[in-house]
Write a protein that binds this ligand. Structure first.
Ligand code: ADP
Length: 205
């Protein structure tokens, strides 16, 4: 594929969207064709699914419904947005992608990991990121960063978030070729520099 897919992963408030946006700005400044997407979302249909997933009124949602909705939103985003842009040679930056499903629904909610793997492959047509930045942060530190109202998933207990964090680290260990694990306790600028250094090895900058 002519383009590159770069994804950001980590627990909520680890600093993913700040870094994804900084990278987007830096690549745009260098006149590279670049697109930023967030998950769940990135298309009109996927944004509608997002509002169902994050609605506090939907506290009855089962873990099975949840994993299928995330995958449905992703399937639409891959077909409608990611694939056509990669084919055009665009650098696509994604704030969360299928590793989030493995970490949250697999390790967090303990849905069978083999099933999650099959579902991820099915939803993404096996479009795998070229590079994934995992911003690793303790769940308690992440929570201290928020003063805003929490959405449904962010309200989960800290034991859940610790399981997700450990899950992410395990996924990174199993995929060393594409994962870069970053210490999320560093300053925004230090993290940005580390990300940029790694990006330079992949992209013509
Ligand atoms: P995420 O997308 O992972 O949920 P955000 O990028 O939205 O996280 O950041 C969550 C909050 O933490 C924001 O208020 C942001 O300004 C702050 N933040 C992000 N990165 C850092 C950092 N390295 N150190 C301290 N605070 C940070």
């Amino acid at each position: 594929m002519p383009g590159n897919l770069i994804t950001f992963e980590g627990i909520d408030f680890s600093g993913k969207s700040v870094q994804a946006n900084l990278l987007h700005g830096a690549l745009k400044d260098r006149k590279l064709p670049v697109l930023i997407l967030r998950e769940p979302g990135g298309t009109e249909i996927s944004e509608k699914i997002r509002s169902v997933l994050l609605d506090n009124a939907n506290h009855k949602m089962s873990a099975m419904t949840e994993v299928l909705l995330y995958s449905a939103a992703r399937a639409q985003m891959v077909r409608e947005n990611i694939l056509p842009n990669l084919e055009k040679g665009t650098v696509v930056i994604c704030d969360r992608y299928f590793d989030s499903t493995t970490a949250y629904q697999g390790f967090g909610r303990r849905i069978d990991l083999d099933f999650i793997k099959k579902l991820n492959n099915f939803a993404t047509e096996e479009v795998v990121p070229d590079l994934t930045f995992l911003i690793d942060l303790d769940a308690k530190i992440a929570l201290q960063r928020t003063k805003t109202a929490l959405d449904r998933l962010e309200k989960e207990d800290s034991e859940f978030h610790q399981r997700v964090r450990k899950g992410y680290l395990e996924i990174a260990r199993s995929n060393p070729d594409r994962f870069v694990v970053i210490d999320g306790t560093q300053s925004i600028e230090a993290i940005q520099d580390e990300i940029f250094m790694k990006i330079k090895l992949k992209l013509p900058l």
